[in-house]
Design a protein around this ligand. Structure first.
Ligand code: PMP
Length: 286
C-alpha cells in the first residue's frame, strides 16, 4: 500500500508518526474510509462530506480542500497499483510542540493511505451468512458525543468482539444505552420483517453503506426505517444483514447459535447485495 504523510507519498512501511500525537494518545482524530473497486471510488462525495463535517466539528484544519483530498486519495490508489483498495483519509489533533494540553496549540496532521482491499467477510461467509453474537457491551462515545463524527474509539466494540469469539461466533453486535441493538465492530445492522427493513436509529454511526441501503430501498420501492431494533426483534427477523464500506452488504444467518428464519441468506438481502455491487459500475452512484 501507499500512504500520504506530511506532504509525501510513502510505502506504508515508512509512514510513521510520533507517539506524542494526540490521535494516538487520546483518540483525538477523525477519519473516513472509502472503497475502490475495479479502479473506481464508490460514493466518494459522501465520504468526503462526512470527513469534512467531522473536521469542522472537532475544529481541526487541514491544508487541503475537498478536491485536494480527493486528488491525494486518487494518487495513493494509482501509486499502490491496486484495482481494489481500502482507502482511508484521516486527521489527528497532532502534537503540541510545547507539550501543552491546549488542543489549539497542536498542529493537526492529515494522512491518507490505500491498502489492498480486505473485506469484513470472506467469500464463504458471504455465501452462507455470518454467525453473530449479541454482546451486552454498550456502545458509548463517539456516538454519544456526536454520532456523525467518525472516530477510532472501539473499546466497547473490541470487548464485544471478544465476547463473540468466546461464544464461537464470528462477529458481534453491541447495544445502545436502552438495551436495543446498536452496531458492530465497523458495521451497521438491518433486519427485514414482512418485507420491511429497519436499522437502529440512535447511538450509531450513520454509515454510508447504511445510507446506500436506504437509497437502494427507495429505488426499489422497499420500505425502510431507522428506529429502535430490540434484541428480540432481531432474533425474530426474517432476514438480518450488516453493512460497511469494507464489506458492503453482508448476510447474517445465525445469532447466538440460533438460526435466523430458515438459516439461509434471504431474498431481500440477496437482491440488495447484487444491486449494491451493480451500482459500483454505475457512474450515477460513483
Ligand atoms: N459503525 C462503525 C462503528 C464503523 O466504524 C463503521 C465503519 N467504519 C460503520 C458503522 C459502517 O459505516 P460505513 O458504511 O460508512 O463504512
Amino acid at each position: 500500500g501507499v500512504a500520504f504523510l506530511d506532504g509525501q507519498y510513502l510505502p506504508m512501511s515508512q509512514a510513521k508518526i510520533s507517539v506524542l500525537d494526540w490521535g494516538f494518545l487520546h483518540s483525538d482524530a477523525t477519519y473516513d474510509t472509502v472503497h475502490v473497486w475495479n479502479g473506481r471510488f464508490f460514493r466518494l462525495d459522501l465520504h468526503l462530506d462526512r470527513f469534512f463535517a467531522g473536521l469542522e466539528k472537532l475544529r481541526m484544519t487541514i491544508p487541503f480542500d475537498r478536491e485536494g483530498v480527493s486528488e491525494i486519495l486518487h494518487n495513493c490508489v494509482a501509486l499502490s497499483g491496486h484495482r481494489a483498495a481500502y482507502v482511508e483519509m484521516l486527521c489527528t489533533r497532532g502534537a503540541s510542540p510545547t507539550f501543552s494540553r491546549d488542543p489549539s496549540q497542536a498542529v493537526n496532521r492529515f494522512m491518507a493511505f490505500a491498502v489492498p482491499f480486505g473485506s469484513v467477510a470472506n467469500a464463504e461467509q458471504l455465501r452462507r451468512g455470518l454467525r453473530v453474537a449479541i454482546s451486552d457491551k454498550v456502545r458509548i462515545p463517539p456516538a454519544s458525543i456526536d454520532p456523525a463524527i467518525k472516530n477510532y474509539h472501539w473499546l466497547d466494540l473490541v470487548r464485544g468482539l471478544y465476547d463473540a469469539y468466546d461464544r464461537g461466533a464470528e462477529t458481534a453486535l453491541i447495544l445502545d444505552f436502552n438495551g436495543n441493538v446498536a452496531e458492530g465492530p465497523g458495521f451497521n445492522v438491518f433486519c427485514v420483517k414482512a418485507g420491511k427493513l429497519s436499522t437502529p436509529a440512535i447511538g450509531v454511526l450513520p454509515g454510508i453503506t447504511r445510507r446506500t441501503v436506504f437509497d437502494l430501498c427507495a429505488e426499489q420501492g422497499l420500505a425502510a426505517t431507522a428506529a429502535d431494533v430490540s434484541v428480540a426483534a432481531l432474533r425474530e427477523a426474517d432476514e438480518v444483514f450488516i453493512t460497511s464500506t469494507a464489506g458492503g452488504i453482508m448476510p447474517v444467518t445465525e445469532i447466538d447459535g440460533a438460526r435466523i428464519a430458515d438459516g439461509k441468506v434471504g431474498p431481500v438481502t440477496s437482491r440488495l447485495m447484487a444491486l449494491y455491487w451493480e451500482k459500483h459500475d454505475d457512474p450515477a452512484w460513483s
